[in-house]
Design a protein around this ligand. Sequence first.
Ligand code: GLA
Length: 677
Amino acid sequence: MHYGGDYNPEQWNESVWQEDVRLMREAGVTMVRVGVFAWARIQPEEGVFDWDWLDRVIDLLHENGIQVSLATATATPPPWATTAYPEMLPQDENGSTLWHGSRQAYAPSSPVYRRLARDLVTALVERYAHHPAVGMWVANNEYGCHLNYDYSDNAAVAFRAWLKKKYGSLDALNEAWGTMFWSQRYTSFDEIVPMRLAPYSLNPGGLLDFKRFTSDTLLELFVMERDIIRASGATQPVTTNFMGFFPPADYWKWAPELDVICDDNYADPNDPVSFRGAAFTRDLMRSLKKDVPWVLLEQASNDVNWRPTNAPKAPGQMQALSMQAVARGAGSINFFQWRQSRRGSERFHSGMVPHAGTGTRTWREVTDLGETLKNLPDLGGTASGAKIAIAFDWEARWALDAPDHPGEIDYGALIPRWHAALHRQQLLVDFVHPAGDLSGYDLVIAPHLYLVSDESAANLTGFVREGGDLLVAAFSDVVDDADAFREGGFQVALRDVLGVAVEEFGALVPPVAAAGGTSAGDTGGTVSAVRGPGEDHADVDGPFAAVRGEFFAEQLQVLDPSVEVLARFSSGRLTGEPALTAKRTGAGRAWYLATIPDDDGMRRITQWAAAESGVSPVLDVPNEMVEVSRRGDVVTIINYGAESARLAVSGTDVATGAAVSSVDLDPYGWIMLRDAR
Ligand code: GLA
């Protein structure tokens, strides 16, 4: 279990370094990430490297028994680079250049940027690949974080090459994108631009490919650095830091390229249920690479600087969220950053060592956490034993995020809401790609899987045949992987198992987002509500009592005589029409839900489906501000509520070895138990 943070010694006079390592030891720090934004310090001009200071830092850390996760420093080229090679600067969709003076000012597909980054990483690994202090390599930083999409000429050239490789011929591309529509037909790849601002809606197939291209391009940068590191003979794990349910990067595709998954998470202290969004991303990180403990590479010791209001964390909240990460599979807990910066944009962002020094609550909590982590027993692997999985796909998200649908829904907010529905009931859940390994799950929930590839459909179908229960919810299986309709209407790919098809989507006036809803860090969103004369919801009566459906009330055609109608709409235009159907195929069942339930409805429906599938909560703890999770044979219970919680739970306290017959937890209190009952 490593403990540490981002260490940026280049911002400090060397005399501070001595105090830094002394305090690191006091805090129980075992590993720090060095050099993440140090390109300008390491390479003051092209062809000139200054290693002396970095040698001294790394040696100093090593002498003090602190390992280094060495950043490759490629996240921000210095101004000398972008001044000499302005063609490496990125552009927005209007063609405006994004200049240096902040960070991340480079076009990911720029050959010049890539050459400079290669030179830097090559020089770094030549020097430090075999340094005994180096325990991990972290390439770049949060790929795509600020610059989600680049529309520069570099992007144009690379996008065309990517498309040529994908389609082989222009005819195939024209066919896939349906360019006979609106006279969009291309006669040369050189006519294609990277989806820049246009007078009106861009081609959906083109938009989807541009998002695929962007994710692939960023991944290419990671792979380029990783391969340089590997070629040097370095044997440490190589990684980069993810950002939860980050829209532009398909982490399902990225994960196999990383040795270990790292995540940055900044739960908002102003949101009383931000622990749910944090649980969501932690479950996602665990699911991206099962069996390898993931690294919480960044979190804040206290407040951040980038929200409109940056509330401090409550006493104990930082430790509770850290233990949540451990309980959900993390093997290392770290912060941005070690020492608060005196200058620069982040001077108000908390650090492990605050401006106010060590006589502070932050420092006490930082040292307490170090002590706690040091004393944790070996928790072994990461397996939660979840029997429920949520199947989601970045490609479905990208396609849904495009305009021009019967109704706007926000997949990036809905997937966390389905997770929250299960989380509120202490039902454990993993995430899976719809074409991924589903064996081991009793229930797979595929919410709003608008785009389904043939491969995903075959996989989900196979899961049902072999005995799994599949719950598919509204606006699923609508298009193929070109964002085009299949022959035969909707729900064609999953028709064998669903036995129903949507005739009309029945868009409803969207709900006004409830205050204090679920939040998944920065990725949770709300849907803008335009009120109108139409219906804004449709009630559903079924085996889970009444549920309120929103966004869509789909009119279903029952196509297979073996389909059973389990619930019907009980209000509005579709009163009496099927709202939830069931069909058996092989040894399993598939349910189709023709609407999107509100939060309470999601809770009821998932409760019903879990019970049908024989899945029970980890423990019977009916307090929604208390979270119960499992890692191997250890159950962790955390109270995020403002009130103390007394729970009728028994077990063996992992910390003390004592038998407990009930559990009392103060706000942000937590306990790890074996043999929990
Ligand atoms: C990101 C970056 C860090 C820092 C933090 C601040 O996660 O990777 O360098 O800017 O945000 O919260």
